[in-house]
Design a protein around this ligand. Structure first.
Ligand SMILES: [Zn+2]
Length: 177
């Protein structure tokens, strides 16, 4: 989905800022932080520039979310073919706000969130985490029926070992629930 509406922009001037300009979305608004000494011309130039940059960044995120969803569909077709119906409407996206988990899932509304921390990991590890969460749409708890689904993925054991290794090395306790 493309954002077609022009965002409401709020410019905040800061005396502490010398050169840096930054922008972020806050609800429906876009907040642009600029140095206090900027002229009006510089302000409008930078607002335009930051809006373009923000739009480009959001488009990139959108694209990778779509890639993630495509992957989820492929994994389902391959490993959970008998459950395509229960996972077809799932929404899948990358998130940056779940520091304690690789992935999580809300079976009630079919949403899956995958931590950006695994974004740079090998594809087969991302696939494992994704399949793990997809399996939770079918079986919410970690019982035998759940592991039967997950272990259809040939590299499941290897991926678990990989993730445990990262946890041990970083001191982070990253599990899924
Ligand atoms: Zn789990």
């Amino acid at each position: 989905m493309a954002r077609t509406r022009k965002p409401v922009v709020e410019v905040r001037r800061s005396q502490r800022r010398r050169r840096t300009v930054s922008a972020y979305r806050e609800g429906e608004r876009v907040v642009v932080l600029i140095p206090d000494r900027f002229s009006r011309a510089e302000e409008s130039e930078w607002v335009a520039r930051m809006l373009a940059r923000l739009a480009a960044r959001e488009e990139r995120v959108q694209r990778t979310d779509n890639e993630l969803l495509t992957r989820a569909h492929k994994l389902t077709a391959r490993y959970l073919p008998d459950h395509v119906g229960s996972t077809a409407s799932a929404s899948v996206r990358w998130v940056t706000n779940q520091n304690g988990r690789w992935g999580s899932c809300t079976p009630d509304d079919g949403t899956i969130r995958i931590s950006h921390r695994i974004q740079e990991m090998p594809d087969w590890v991302i696939d494992y985490v994704l399949l793990h969460e997809l399996a939770h749409l079918i079986v919410p708890s970690h019982n035998a029926a759940f592991w039967e689904l997950v272990n259809r993925y040939p590299k499941a054991e290897r991926a678990r070992g990989y993730l445990e290794g990262i946890s041990a090395a970083t001191g982070l306790v990253l599990a899924d629930d």
